[in-house]
Structures are given as structure tokens and as C-alpha cells.
Design a protein around this ligand. Structure first.
Ligand SMILES: [Zn+2]
Length: 319
């Protein structure tokens, strides 16, 4: 199997011997004769009816920085678990679940889509009720064009793997939140909640309002612009719209599931370092080391906040 840096870094976690950590190869992708695993990692109790936080990255192969953040977080966490007994105790009633690289073939082949030319964030069976931007909103014209939806009624292996993982690892929790890491749009770091498919209000708007108040008071100088994704643009086939509805519309649902997307505003990195626009990856990733370091530090704070908000959901959720 061909290895590249990000996948190699993720595969290092297989070596960690810790009862709290579970490493699994959820599926395999073959592209150009090369086999790539999609790795899922869970940390914490084996009970699934506890508050759960999910981290997802690498849906779009060009957006390597999201996977780097996920790996940095996991490195940090596994190192702390070696000596921090208080932290270990917290995982008796809490879980973190993650897929740090959803589209390994795309990342290795330096493309946004997967190996079939499908944009995995347009691939789910969700139709926008709003006029979506041409191509960007998702289309079925040709896999040679960006934002190609593929066949939403038969999702790609990568997309289906995320769906199965989230259903199994998050839908049994009384309260779960996830964050999916992207980059490449806008000047600001945006924290998006669903929906992408419609401008109609998200059903959990009151909960979002409480979360926003909590974030504003807990991290008063935070840089995140919080909005419903459709305030930036509407799309069809958004995977998190699909998963949110799948849980929320289920009369037998076991809890609340709120999926967030962090869209890192890479245009700012390009503005500060215009030459990076000349590289394929430059539009989507911080190139200079100090900027990369700052990106890592900044978002680890956000993760910490989201984890505490997940664990302590009864303190702020509306009953
Ligand atoms: Zn993306």
C-alpha cells in the first residue's frame, strides 16, 4: 500500500496501546492500483450512550490543513492521556470519535474530489429548495467539472463510511456535536451549522443561540463568524444536512446531534502571502510555518471549548 505523510501519521496511532483508544480501518479505497484505508478512531468508554464529540477532516483532498489539525489534536490528546489521570477519568463518561482523513485517495492525488471525480460534500441524497450557485451548488453534468455530485442515491464508499460511522458512534448518544474541518472559502474562519440546503431556519436555532452565547463568554476574543451555512451559499448533497435530518427526523432518536463545519478562511493567508496562489495547495493551506503554527494553536482552543460544551450540555441546553 502506498503511504503518504498524512496517512502515515494517522497509521502511527495504531501502535498506541491504551484501553481508551480504538483504531479501526473502516473501509478501503482503491485508486490507480493503490489501496488506501479510511481510518476511524474512538477514544473513551465503550458505552455509546454518553456525550460524544466527533472530529472529521480531509473530505476534500486539497484541504490538507484540516487533517493536520485533527492529527495535531490527537497527538496532543494521546500524549496527555499517558500521564493525566483526571483526563482519563473524564473519558469514563465521554467519547471522542473521529475520521481524520475521509478522502485519502483524493489527498494523495492532489484533488478536491475522490478518485471517481465526486465531490463528497455534494454526494448525499439532499436536494436544495433554493436556487444554488451554478456548479458550486452541486451538479450532475460531469465528473470532470468541480462539485460533481455523483449518484446521491448510491453514495460513494467514503460518504457511506462517514454515514455508517456517525450512525453507529454518535446517534446513540443523548448529546453529540461534531466538527468537520475545511478550508478555502473567504477571509474569516467560519463556523457553520446546518443547513446548506435551505435558507429556512435550522430547527435547533435556540440551541445554536445558547451555544453562541457560551462561546462569546468563554472565548471572548474568538475569531469565528458563526452562521447557518446557507448564509454563505446553498448547496445540494451536503453530508451534514443529510446526517442531521436522519437523526432529527427519527421519532425514536436517542438524542440531539449537532454537526458543525469549520471553514478556515484561507483567502487571508493568500492575501498575506500572494505567491502561494501559484501552488495548487496554496489556496487551501497556510504555507508559512508561523501561520501554520498559529492555525494549530488557535483551533485547539476551539476544540477544547466544544468538548467542554458537549460534556456539560445539561448546563446550557434548553430543556
Ligand atoms: Zn472543503
Amino acid at each position: 500500500m502506498k503511504k503518504f505523510n498524512e496517512l502515515e501519521d494517522i497509521q502511527q496511532f495504531k501502535m498506541i496501546k491504551d484501553d481508551l483508544l480504538d483504531y479501526r480501518e473502516l473501509a478501503n479505497i482503491t485508486s490507480n492500483g493503490i489501496n488506501y484505508p479510511i481510518v476511524g478512531i474512538t477514544i473513551g468508554t465503550k458505552k455509546k450512550n454518553v456525550p460524544t464529540f466527533g472530529i472529521f477532516a480531509g473530505v476534500h483532498g486539497l484541504e490538507r490543513v484540516g487533517t493536520h489539525i485533527a492529527i495535531a489534536f490527537l497527538n496532543n490528546l494521546t500524549n496527555r492521556l499517558r500521564w493525566d489521570q483526571e483526563l482519563r477519568k473524564e473519558f469514563e463518561n465521554f467519547r471522542i470519535v473521529m475520521i481524520p482523513l475521509i478522502n485519502p485517495a483524493g489527498m494523495n492525488e492532489v484533488r478536491r474530489s475522490n478518485h471517481n471525480g465526486v465531490d463528497l460534500m455534494r454526494n448525499s441524497p439532499v436536494e436544495s429548495d433554493h436556487k444554488t450557485p451554478l456548479l458550486l451548488g452541486g451538479h450532475t453534468y460531469s465528473p470532470k467539472l468541480p462539485w460533481y455530485r455523483g449518484n446521491p442515491n448510491k453514495m460513494e464508499v467514503e460518504t457511506q463510511t462517514v454515514v455508517d460511522f456517525v450512525k453507529e458512534e454518535m446517534f446513540n448518544s443523548p448529546f453529540s456535536m461534531s466538527i468537520d474541518l475545511h478550508s478555502g472559502f473567504g477571509m474569516k474562519d467560519r463556523l457553520w451549522y446546518p443547513y446548506a440546503k435551505t435558507k429556512s431556519p435550522f430547527p435547533l436555532k435556540p440551541e445554536i443561540r445558547r451555544m453562541r452565547e457560551l462561546l462569546d463568554t468563554s472565548l471572548p476574543h474568538h475569531i469565528y463568524h458563526i452562521e447557518q451555512q446557507s448564509e454563505s451559499y446553498t448547496t445540494s448533497g451536503d453530508l451534514w444536512d443529510y446526517l442531521f435530518d436522519l437523526n432529527n427526523d427519527n421519532p425514536q432518536k436517542k438524542g440531539i446531534f449537532i454537526p458543525w463545519t469549520l471553514e478556515l478562511g484561507s483567502w487571508l493567508w493568500v492575501k498575506k502571502n500572494p505567491l502561494q496562489i501559484l501552488s495548487t495547495l496554496g489556496m487551501f493551506n497556510p504555507v508559512k510555518q508561523h501561520r501554520f503554527d498559529r492555525v494549530m494553536r488557535r483551533h485547539l482552543l476551539l476544540f477544547d471549548f466544544l468538548i467542554q460544551a458537549t460534556k456539560n450540555n445539561s448546563a446550557w441546553l434548553i430543556n
